[in-house]
Design a protein around this ligand. Structure first.
Ligand SMILES: Cc1ncc(COP(=O)(O)O)c(C=O)c1O
Length: 401
């Protein structure tokens, strides 16, 4: 007899969180572990944002905030969506949550009936399928690959859609592949969605600002205004604003959807911290220049990491256009033997070998639904990244057979 509910057997703990926790534990035990596993910028939250939070505390803005978010933040979000994305929403079409993660959870929980389907391109952010499963529905995973820059194609989407499809989840730029969908790519997908009026789109834009080489950012409701009524545009402050711990994310969509999501929130978390929300107003309305400074640093690290990992025996990776991850192909290491005589059979074995032999923590591709790969987060100090890549090169060189 187990305490866990039956539906719990459908899901697992987030592998990225499990690996990061293990790396932290090793570091606490005095090991010189380098974690390339966490999805968070190493940069500190900007001072003007911190100051806004301190002000909010001083002014006693410490009571329960309105369930859907303080009006000032929802208004700032509407301004942001119009200014940066050309999208028009009213504050009652916006919900502020405890991070983007809760936006997605609320949306899926509020809308999915058992046996409905959600189309998820792989590699995917680890939480999408499990949230779908927790809601009693079924993820329909569609593999992408390097040939199409890890982007879902229109023909693939057409093939994946059935009468049971409720959502398509589109993450742009993508964690873990770093793929960026152009306006043209999105238009092609929109054309398919248009033909299937029962399908909604969840646009996860959380890496919107972390985009390189002058690539413009587009989101689905912007390129296909006629699908505005079937789109949830999701975003948050964790990545671009270096505010992972503040837990502010938001969703904008049709009022009926937002109201259903708010109902879940009313019975679960009661919304996000009032102090973080006031900081969020400053983040969205205040100085944005630091974002581009940070992106320039990420870009250097991307190039450094890609160049060093492409020089490692058996590894290859593309130079992605967005987010702060490299999705490294490790098929050249599969089947080889470690110095301890173990055979590397899967990408999980390879990740375990890196951690055991060189104390470098990465997340194996299987966790993202596409093997044999592993994900490297380059959101860490540049010298540590260089050291980690050198260790990975050394680990690869030590494999035989
Ligand atoms: C693709 C993607 N979506 C959503 C999130 C959720 O972020 P948060 O809950 O910190 O806003 C993450 C975080 O890693 C992510 O990578």
């Amino acid at each position: 007899m187990t305490i866990a509910a039956r539906r719990m057997s459908r899901i697992k703990a987030s592998p990225a969180a499990v690996i990061s926790a293990k790396a932290m534990e090793m570091a606490r035990a005095g090991r010189d572990v380098i974690a390339l596993s966490a999805g968070e910028p190493d940069f500190d939250t900007p001072d003007h944002v911190k100051a806004a939070a301190v002000r909010a505390i001083g002014e006693g803005k410490t009571k329960y905030p309105p369930l859907t978010g303080i009006p000032e933040l929802r208004e700032a979000i509407c301004r942001k969506l119009e200014r940066e994305n050309g999208l028009r929403y009213t504050p009652d079409q916006v919900l502020v949550c405890n991070g983007g993660k809760q936006v997605i959870y609320n949306a899926l929980t509020a809308t999915l009936d058992p046996d409905q389907e959600v189309v998820i391109p792989a590699p995917f952010w680890v939480s999408y399928p499990d949230m779908v499963l927790l809601a009693g529905a079924n993820p329909v995973v569609v593999a992408t690959g390097p040939a199409n820059g890890f982007r879902l194609g229109a023909a693939q989407l057409e093939e994946a859609v059935t009468a049971k499809t409720k959502w398509l989840i589109l993450n742009n730029p993508c964690n873990p592949s770093g793929a960026v969908y152009s306006a043209r790519d999105l238009e092609a997908l929109a054309e398919v969605v248009r033909r299937h009026p029962h399908v909604w789109v969840l646009a996860d834009d959380i890496y919107e600002h972390i985009i390189y080489d002058g690539e413009p950012f587009s989101t689905l409701a912007q390129v296909a205004p006629d699908l505005h009524e079937r789109t949830l545009t999701m975003n948050g402050l964790s990545k671009a604003y270096c505010m992972t711990g503040w837990r502010i994310g938001y969703g904008a969509g049709p009022q009926e959807l937002i109201a259903a999501m708010a109902k879940i929130q009313s019975q679960t978390t009661s919304g996000a911290s009032s102090i973080s929300q006031w900081a969020g107003v400053e983040a969205l309305d205040g100085d944005q220049a630091f974002i581009q400074d940070n992106v320039a640093v990420f870009r250097e690290r991307r190039d450094l990491g890609a160049s060093m990992l492409n020089q490692a025996d058996g590894l290859s990776c593309r130079t992605p256009q967005g987010a702060f991850y490299l999705y490294v192909d490790c098929r050249g290491a599969i089947g080889k033997r470690t110095p301890r005589g173990e055979t590397v059979e899967t990408d999980a074995d390879f990740a375990k070998y890196l951690l055991d032999a060189e104390e470098v923590a990465v997340v194996h591709g299987e966790a993202f639904g596409l093997s044999p790969y592993f994900r490297v987060s380059y959101a860490l100090d540049t010298d540590r990244l260089r050291e980690a890549c050198a260790r990975i090169q050394r680990a690869c060189a030590a494999l035989s057979g």
